[in-house]
Design a protein around this ligand. Structure first.
Ligand SMILES: NC(=O)c1ccc[n+]([C@@H]2O[C@H](COP(=O)([O-])OP(=O)(O)OC[C@H]3O[C@@H](n4cnc5c(N)ncnc54)[C@H](O)[C@@H]3O)[C@@H](O)[C@H]2O)c1
Length: 438
């Protein structure tokens, strides 16, 4: 099939590359020329397992074109995916200006009927609005479908190629059939393609993200309570996780969720509720708790250092909002780093993949080190903000001898208390009693 994907960011790039890999001829459009130049050379603009190889393979097979020429892409494609950003506005609602600009361009350049698919996360009613907008600008039938993306950063390619389910929101059976054909190669494992009403599809994406953020926040709030009542959250987590109605997924306490989705989608859903006259009080609480969580670990550090972090030096391991991605958007580590800087501390950061983004964000205000142990040299303590696999079994003797005092503030509960006792560290984690040397 001839396809276009507008927006070659996280979702657009993965979508374009994976759809090219099943034999489609895909034009990927962006306005960011620097990004396009890199992609044309076959260099991935994001770190995502498996993506670089697929990109190179499909570029070589000439099934992928990267361009800023949206007019040509719209002429080329029967189906156009919209995968531009939907960042938060000042009031928390989704800013649809990138979606609107894309729809206007599609309507302006479409030489005949086209299927336009919103992959961007957009509020309920956006599909209907976009279809109406384009109908006023084009004489051709431009059918808008919703096809939310559920990929997880860190396993985006795998998630796209082996989705739990595909959701298509459509009011047009013929367009639905085209989408089913396009996605058939990805559901050979018999996962469902769910065809629902367009508005329901838009709601499904927000509902999924809001539910997951709520679940994470529930265990995080339980952890906060455990921390205050000398209960170990791990024992509680295991005790409830074996309940088949609850399960263990997304039940790991930490310093909060981050990334480009949950932090903006929760306020956007609250805004949708506001407009519809429904107070989304659960989500309000989720959002507020998540903003506050990193400060708990900073407070632990302050009390450990007798009220002040000024003049001290800290190593921070992990800036990415989660492992196996280089994405630092809204990462809890940012709040930790900002908090340390604001308290007058010096910050040395290490991350296996995200250092270029950390450098771009902070410049000379922090030191970015490729070697995690070098970041520890004569530092006052270590913060762990991302649960990268390689942080799980480090050389504890080296950490001890590098730090001025052996203290770890673990925002991801990477280590067990027993391990920390054995290696003789002072250790603060989330929802577990601190371990302090005698
Ligand atoms: N990142 C994720 O994990 C994820 C997962 C599911 C859904 N989503 C949703 O997908 C959408 C995109 O997210 P993302 O993380 O890929 O964003 P992103 O910021 O990484 O990418 C957006 C891209 O769109 C480009 N762009 C902006 N305006 C444009 C225009 N007028 N024409 C062409 N290109 C334009 C930008 O240059 C950028 O490259 C958002 O709505 C997001 O909520 C993201």
């Amino acid at each position: 099939m001839k396809l276009a994907v507008v927006g070659t960011g996280y979702v657009g790039l993965v979508t374009g590359v994976c759809l090219a890999d099943t034999g489609n001829d895909v034009h990927c459009v962006d306005i960011d020329r620097a990004k396009l130049e890199k992609l044309k050379r076959g260099e991935s603009t994001i770190f995502e397992p498996g993506l670089a190889d697929l990109l190179a393979y499909n570029l070589a097979a000439k099934r992928l074109t990267f361009t800023d020429d949206i007019a040509a892409a719209v002429r080329h494609a029967d189906v156009i995916f919209v995968a531009v950003g939907t960042p938060p506005s000042d009031d928390g609602s989704a800013d649809l200006s990138q979606v609107e600009a894309t729809c206007r361009a599609i309507a302006q350049h479409a030489p005949g009927p086209r299927i336009v698919v919103t992959k961007s996360t957009v509020p309920v009613g956006t599909g209907a609005w976009a279809e109406k907008l384009m109908a006023g600008l084009s004489k051709h039938k431009l059918t808008v479908l919703s096809n939310p993306e559920f990929l997880k950063e860190g396993s985006a390619v795998d998630d796209f190629q082996r989705p739990d389910r595909i959701v298509i929101g459509s009011e047009d059976p013929a367009a639905s059939a085209v989408m089913k054909e396009l996605y058939e190669p990805f559901v050979r494992n018999k996962r469902p393609i769910l065809i629902v009403r367009r508005a329901a599809s838009e709601m499904i994406k927000y509902a999924a993200n809001c539910y997951l953020a709520t679940r994470i926040s529930f265990i995080n709030q339980m952890a906060e309570l455990c921390g205050r009542t000398s209960v170990d959250i791990d024992e509680v987590r295991v005790g409830i996780g074996y309940d088949e109605r609850i399960g263990f997924q997304f039940l790991y306490p930490g310093i909060g969720y981050g990334g480009s989705c949950f932090p903006k989608d929760i306020p956007a859903m609250i805004a949708v509720g506001r407009e519809a006259g429904v107070e989304m009080s659960i989500l309000d609480a989720v959002h507020k708790l998540n903003q506050r969580l990193p400060t708990i670990l900073l407070e632990d550090a302050k009390s450990y250092f007798k009220g002040s972090l000024s003049g001290r030096t800290f190593a921070v391991w992990g800036v990415a909002f989660k492992p196996r991605t280089d994405d630092i958007r809204e990462a809890p580590a940012i709040k930790i780093i900002d908090g340390l800087l604001a308290a007058g501390a010096t910050v040395r950061v290490h991350d296996p993949k995200a250092l270029p983004h950390a450098r771009a964000k902070y410049g000379s205000r922090i030191q970015c080190l490729d070697d995690g142990y070098a970041a520890l040299d004569r530092a006052d303590g270590l913060f762990i903000c991302t649960e990268w696999n390689e942080f799980r079994s480090p050389d504890f003797a080296r950490i001890r001898s590098s730090l001025k005092q052996p203290v770890i503030f673990d925002g991801r509960n990477v280590f067990s208390g027993e391990l920390m006792r054995r290696h003789n560290f002072d250790y603060y984690s989330i929802g577990r009693p601190p371990i302090l040397r005698a």
